[in-house]
Design a protein around this ligand. Structure first.
Ligand code: GLC
Length: 737
């Protein structure tokens, strides 16, 4: 079930042990294992003590006081009848105490090793505080930046999300769930949650099955095959059936087609919310629907506890279902080694915020930042030639928002702001003049603008740090506009009047529309919410201690009205062409009606994004030449190699994420104009080149057809190798039957 090195006989013995234990359990104890309750801030109410003794609780979430957790485990192991330990759950989404960049930022690193390292650090720190189960990775494909939870996601692309989702699972679970630094991972939110209509959280998701299979389910299948220990059901109504009660999703796809036999937990109250959806009449009906779908454990709500007895008595569910579900939960506890030892030595907590962890978080932040603009190579700033910088913006000296959304255990006091990061790096060699300009990102008070302009005028360069509060993304925090909040755009344009090189650092939980500020900037470094070590990372990047190397994991629209906008779109019957779009301002007044020869675009935005998926600059200057394939024609089942020369024509050593895209020109269902099929991060010194190769088999070209069969089809294909989804170096190959 998981990537632990359990061999066949070990798996069998765990399964046998679990079944044997189920055979000794009362119905109350079985239902207890299926119930996850929340903690009470380092207290154990008497009612909870009694429930623990009676075996009525299988898991606790959101308690991180170690002595309290050890006491809860003690009650179970010493005072309950069958001595079954607890699963302890927590949202360790992008760090525990050492906060890494938000997952969307980590995705911008395109670096599975770095992502794995971050999850491993998070697991070590969380496990040292008694946590043995995290509700991550969140692998919802996200193509709507209005949706607040895009911040927690790994972006818009199934291939990138799959690779990085597996890396996170590996980081959390290690090679053996039984290891003291391993915690169970949880693939969430299964499934289709990222397609919430209008980008409004918890909203309906209407996704055709073919799109579900080819896009939204891919990362979940990847981590299920890879060995993720658990899944979490999504809140959303998926095509008319809430995911939590959706038997097509939970039984046909997850259990039957994929053979996943791990634990599925509901999202918070998502079982009883099926009545609110209008899918069930009451909590009893919701509990039944969840059992029928195969939701093993109920998070927060208590419909299992209060209704499963009666449902069994009335024959609405059967005991075999219950026994199977309880076995899964017990197997996970055996695999985690909890029956042998559920306790955590309180001295272990010393690894929290270990210097190695902080360094890993800094490197993650460095690799996550994306350089979107660098006119005239204004970056990196020169330590020797820069005497002073004006540091301006409401997030320039912020130590809280820098951590981003979904931070339960990180603390601002441990974060290093941009201002502190710059001052530490520059050590007085370069004067840092600081003026927030706006008190917060939402401020509308422009009274400090003059002070900001003044320090800009008296400095060699301007660094502005703007963006979103962490509150403005994450769960339940969607936005209808995705521009810079408050008067930040006005501040940027006002400071630009000083005429100095203006470097914009953006901290945000989503792509923002920047059309109204880009002209005022010379450089833009997109830092997402970079975490505890964001300040030192940004300082190193601005002054060239490191080169930016991040690539966008999600498309940036020019305008919110372009959404959904993503690179792997279909061609349509009227694909847009550069030069083929009428601009609303160029059309004559009283223009005649015309549609002939028109294509798919917006009169007031054209068809291109502001920045495409996979885009990111560096201090190198990467050029791509001499693309070639091992064969121009292959047969079904063969492999094919693609390669190209990558040259760093710049003056700085830098890293580049080389990307391979494929297009299947004709399919039994229409295929995207491009699909990411490979990526490699390379480092090149100035004027050096490297030939980068990718090998694909025809299985890698497979997609789900209208009969939901996974097929690779013969025909003509195109391949691109480049530094973004806008790659121009391409060639053709054919696949024969
Ligand atoms: C929340 C989220 C889910 C999280 C869970 C526990 O509502 O949807 O992602 O893991 O509850 O906090």
């Amino acid at each position: 079930m998981n990537i632990s090195i359990l061999n066949e006989s070990q798996c069998q013995s765990i399964s046998d042990q679990a079944k044997k234990l189920v055979g000794e359990m009362t119905l109350v104890e079985k239902i207890g294992q299926m119930s996850q309750v929340f903690g009470h801030n380092a207290k154990i109410p008497n009612s909870m003590r009694e429930d623990l003794r009676a075996g009525k609780i299988g898991s606790v979430l959101n308690e991180v006081d170690l002595p309290t957790l050890n006491e809860m485990q003690r009650i179970c192991m010493e005072e309950s009848r069958l001595k079954i330990p607890l699963l302890i759950g927590r949202d360790v989404i992008h760090g525990f105490k050492t906060i890494f960049p938000i997952p969307l930022g980590q995705a911008a690193s395109w670096d599975p090793d770095m992502v794995e390292k971050g999850a491993h650090v998070a697991a070590k720190e969380a496990a040292s505080k008694g946590v043995n189960w995290t509700f991550a990775p969140m692998i919802d494909i996200s193509r709507d930046p209005r949706w607040g939870r895009i911040a927690e996601s790994l972006g818009e692309d199934p291939f990138l999300c799959s690779q990085l989702g597996k890396a996170m699972v590996k980081g959390f679970q290690g090679n053996d769930l039984n290891h003291k630094n391993s915690i169970a991972a949880c693939a969430k939110h299964f499934a289709g949650y990222g397609a919430a209509e209008a980008g409004k959280d918890y909203n309906t998701a209407l996704i055709p099955e073919n799109e579900m299979r080819n896009v939204y389910l891919r990362p979940f299948q990847a981590v299920a095959d890879f060995g993720v220990a658990t899944f979490m059901s999504a809140f959303c109504d998926l095509n008319g059936v809430p995911a939590t009660g959706n038997q097509w999703l939970m039984k046909q796809i997850l259990r039957q087609e994929w053979g996943f036999d791990g634990v599925v937990v509901s999202d918070w109250d998502s079982i009883v919310e099926m009545t609110v959806h209008g899918f069930t009449e009451d909590d009893a009906g919701a509990a039944r629907a969840a059992i029928q779908a195969g939701i093993d454990m109920e998070m927060a709500s208590q419909s299992y506890r209060y209704h499963l007895h009666e449902l069994l008595q009335r024959g609405k569910i059967d005991i075999d279902q219950i026994n199977t579900m309880v076995s899964r939960i017990l197997e996970l506890k055996f695999e985690l080694g909890l029956f042998e030892n559920p306790f955590v030595d309180e001295s272990e907590a010393a690894i929290i915020l270990h210097p190695d962890h902080l360094e890993a978080a800094k490197q993650a932040a460095i690799k996550s930042c994306v350089l979107l603009k660098n006119e005239n190579n204004v970056l990196p700033l020169s330590l020797s030639k820069t005497k002073s910088i004006a540091l301006i913006g409401p997030l320039a000296d912020d130590d809280y928002e820098i951590m981003g959304t979904w931070v339960f255990d990180g603390e601002a006091q441990h974060s290093i702001s941009c201002k502190t990061g710059l001052e530490n790096l520059l050590e007085g060699e370069v004067e840092v003049k600081y003026e927030p300009g706006l008190e917060t990102v939402r401020s509308t008070d422009e009274s400090r603008f003059d002070a900001a302009i003044a320090i800009a005028q008296s400095s060699d360069a301007v660094v502005m740090v703007v963006g979103e509060e962490s509150f403005m993304s994450g769960e339940a925090h969607s936005r209808a506009e995705i521009d810079l909040p408050g008067r930040q755009a006005q501040l940027i344009n006002a400071v630009a009047s000083a005429g100095k090189p203006l470097i914009l650092v953006v901290m945000a939980g989503r792509p923002l529309t920047l059309e109204n500020v880009l002209p005022a900037t010379d450089a833009v470094l997109y830092a997402w919410h970079p975490g505890t070590m964001g300040g030192p990372a940004i300082a190193d990047l601005l002054f060239g201690e490191s080169s930016p190397s991040g690539k966008l994991p999600v498309t940036f629209p020019k305008k919110v009205g372009q959404i959904p906008i993503y690179y792997a779109h279909k061609n349509t019957g009227r694909p847009p062409q550069d030069g083929g779009c009428v601009n609303i301002n160029d059309a004559p007044v009283r223009a005649p009606q015309t549609s002939l020869g028109m294509t798919s675009f917006h009169l007031d935005a054209g068809f291109r994004p502001q920045f495409p998926f996979g885009f990111g600059l560096s201090y190198g200057d990467f050029r791509y030449e001499n693309i070639a394939t091992s064969h121009s024609v292959i047969n079904m089942g063969d492999e094919i190699q693609f390669s190209a020369d990558v040259l760093n024509a710049g003056a700085h050593e830098a890293e580049e994420v080389v990307q391979l895209y494929i297009r299947d020109l004709v399919g039994s269902v229409t295929r995207p104009i491009k699909e990411l099929k490979g990526f490699k991060r390379i480092k090149l010194k100035p004027k050096c080149r490297e030939r980068v190769s990718f090998i694909l088999s025809t299985d890698d070209l497979a997609f789900y057809d209208h009969q939901s069969k996974l097929v690779s089809e013969p025909g003509l294909y195109h391949a691109w190798i480049g530094g973004s989804s806008d790659a121009s170096l391409w060639m053709e190959f054919r696949v024969n039957e």
